[in-house]
Ligand binder design. Structure first.
Ligand SMILES: O=c1ccn([C@@H]2O[C@H](COP(=O)(O)OP(=O)(O)O[C@H]3O[C@H](CO)[C@@H](O)[C@H](O)[C@H]3O)[C@@H](O)[C@H]2O)c(=O)[nH]1
Length: 376
């Protein structure tokens, strides 16, 4: 069944004050999010993000969730774990337009999370990153527009801003594809919105499970660079942003959650504090392939036009056309005197705040209870 979102829940047309550097927003954000009876498609639905979003959607009494991914084995595990007849698994690759076209039929909402996201491996296989992250996104959006899907939310990363590695570059291009497709979709049924995240704590393959495992095995914690900083957020915060994007995201907008940052040294100290092993040895190993010293969630140019929506920033699309006269008559606000929003000038957490955040994570709690939890 198709469930239209009530027009009043879409803030895409509301005249929000444009606040360089970010002051407060003034519009009331309506509740609640209504997905009941909807058919939802999640690309990358067996990955960290996809499966967590899946769990949240199932709790919101949706009619059907189509999980699209390439890995039969993960799908089988997920089928057993959830044991919910509303989930339908599709083996398919976002690189395959025809497959996406078939799966999109009669879908109301799409969460597009499928991506190659490992920084080091994308350095070695950049074209693979382009094929999945860029062309794959184009395929999903073309299929969605053609099928008249109501809303598509695409997942991006801080590594797409001022990118230096292939993963970030492919995600930056993905965002450009997303905005270009939103122009194409303008006036049609489909609304396309992006979300941009920093590091989600304790996600599969990330540094927190690695550090905890190293401590448990009695191996030194390996720190790349103690002064390196990363934006960190919990999975719940990430899910919240996704749901906000479905409800409030306008066409072509990118929503960026405001989160604090932490140095890797403090993150490691917090892990050791939580594990009660403050004197555990640490080894400095130096940065990995393609790593940045700090990350940026919003460029200076984006800060000049971003709208501040309390828990997140909204970057509107640049909807000027390619007519040069129009360009010259209506330039953008200047970014010259603005800072970007990066993990050096963001609020930096101290060890005890970081440790408190870690203690609240289900993964950390299960680990400390002696288990071997799967990172999501
Ligand atoms: O043995 C290690 C491994 C990592 N790090 C550091 O820990 C931080 C976080 O590393 P990791 O958890 O591997 O995440 P990132 O490399 O920052 O990338 C993650 O976070 C991105 C969001 O920024 C996602 O897009 C990526 O998919 C995801 O891998 C980085 O500063 C690393 O240098 C260490 O100090 N020691």
């Amino acid at each position: 069944m198709r469930t239209p979102i009530a027009p009043e829940t879409n803030l895409g047309d509301v005249d929000l004050q444009c606040v360089p550097g970010g002051a407060q927003l003034h519009a009331e954000l309506p509740e609640p999010r209504n997905f009941s009876g909807a058919t939802i498609m999640i690309t990358g639905g067996t990955g960290s993000f996809g499966s967590t979003i899946l769990k949240h959607f199932l709790a919101l009494s949706v009619a059907e969730v189509r999980v699209v991914s390439r890995d039969e084995k993960k799908q089988d595990e997920q089928r057993r774990r959830f044991a919910d007849g509303r989930i339908r698994h599709y083996v398919g690759d976002v690189r395959d337009f025809r497959a996406m076209e078939g799966i999109c039929r009669d879908v109301d909402f799409i969460y597009h999370a499928a991506a190659l996201k490992q920084v080091p491996s994308c350095e070695f296989h950049p074209i693979e990153a382009v094929n999945t992250n860029v062309t794959g996104t184009q395929n999903v959006l073309d299929a969605a527009i053609r099928a008249g899907v109501q809303r598509v939310v695409c997942l991006s990363t801080d590594k797409a801003v001022y990118p230096i590695n292939a993963m970030g570059m492919s995600k930056a291009l993905m965002e450009k594809v997303m905005v270009a497709k939103s122009r194409e979709a303008s006036g049609k049924r489909t609304v396309i919105t992006g979300t941009r995240y920093g590091n989600v704590l304790a996600s599969r393959g990330s540094v927190v499970p690695l550090f905890m495992d190293q401590v448990r095995r009695g191996q030194p914690i390996t720190i790349t660079d103690p002064n390196m900083t990363r934006f960190v957020m919990t999975l719940d915060e990430a899910v919240e942003l996704c749901l906000d994007a479905f409800q409030f995201g306008g066409n072509g907008e990118i929503l960026v959650r405001k989160v604090p940052a932490v140095t890797i040294e403090k993150l490691a100290q917090a892990v050791l504090e939580v594990m009660g092993r403050p004197d555990h040895p640490i080894r400095i190993i130096g940065p990995r392939h393609g790593e940045k010293h700090f990350e940026t969630l919003l460029s200076r140019e984006e800060m000049a036009v971003a709208q501040d929506r309390e828990t997140y920033f909204c970057v509107p699309p640049d909807n000027r056309n390619l007519n040069y006269d129009v360009h010259f008559r209506s330039g953008k606000p200047s970014a010259a005197r603005l800072d970007d929003f990066n993990s050096l000038n963001a609020r930096l957490m101290d060890v005890s705040e970081m440790a408190a955040m870690l203690r609240n994570l289900p993964y950390v709690q299960a680990f400390l209870a002696g288990g071997e939890p799967d990172a999501f």
